[in-house]
Ligand binder design. Sequence first.
Ligand SMILES: [Zn+2]
Length: 61
Amino acid sequence: MRRSGEGGSNAGDKCSICREQFSKDMLVEREIGDYKLLYFCGDCIQGLSSDAEKLHTHDHQ
Ligand SMILES: [Zn+2]
C-alpha cells in the first residue's frame, strides 16, 4: 500500500535552507536546544561559508 505525500521515513531529510531532499549522509545535522534538528546540505554550507568569509573580510576593512 502506498501513502501519498511524504516519502518513506528512511529516504532522508530536507535541507533546512533550500528544502531539497537529501539522504542523511549528505546532510550535516545540527541540534538546536533539546529538540529541534536542522539539516544542511553541502551546497548550502558552502554558500554560508563563502558568505561568512565575505562578512569577515568586510568586517576587517
Ligand atoms: Zn541546501
